[in-house]
Design a binder for this molecule. Sequence first.
Ligand code: SF4
Length: 201
Amino acid sequence: MNSYKIMSIAFEDLKKEVLSCEKCALSKTRNHVIFGEGNPEAGILIVGEGPGADEDRIGRPFVGKSGQLLDKILAACGFNREQHVFISNIVKCRPPGNRAPTPQEAAVCMPYLMEQIELIDPEIIILLGASALNYLVDKSMRITKVRGHWLAWQNRWVMPVFHPAALLRNPNLKRDTWEDYKKIVFKYREMVDADHYSAHV
Ligand code: SF4
C-alpha cells in the first residue's frame, strides 16, 4: 500500500472517530460535529475557533457570513477549498451562544486537530483569530500584535490573521488583512508551488 493510501485510510478513521465523539459536554448541544473540509493533502491548513450556528445547522465549516468572506479572500489569493486548503477548528462542536471554547473543551478536542496536522502535514498554517493563536501556539500572544508575522511552530510556517468575523465587525481591518494574505501567497509559491496563479498577487 502506498503512503497516500495509508494516509487517507488514517484520515477516514480519524474522521469516523471525531464524528461520533462525546468526549466533552459540547456533544450534548451540537447538531453536527464539524470535522473539517478541503484537501487532506493541502499545503495550507486553516484553523478557526469553532463552528458557529450556521455551521452547526448545515454540518460544514465556515459557511456563514464569515465563511463567505473567507472564501472571497481565498479566491483573491487563487486558493480554493477543493485543492489548496483544508479548513478545521480548535473545537469540532459548536460552543452554545457562539462563545469561545473553554480551555477544558479545547484541551479535550485539540488532539484531533494535532492528528489532522500530522496527517495533512501542511507547509503553511493560517490561524484565524485569537482562540486559534492562543490555544495552538502561545496563550500569551495577542492577535493584534502578531498578526501578519510568520511564527515558526513545529517546523511549519504559521501566519496569524484576523478572524473574518472581526473583518465583518470592523471593515477597517481588511486592508491590513489583505497584506497578510499576500504574504501567504508569496510563501505558498516559495514552499509549495512556484507557479501558483493569483490574479491579484
Ligand atoms: S468538541 Fe471535540 S471533544 Fe468535544 S464532543 Fe465535539 S469532537 Fe468531541
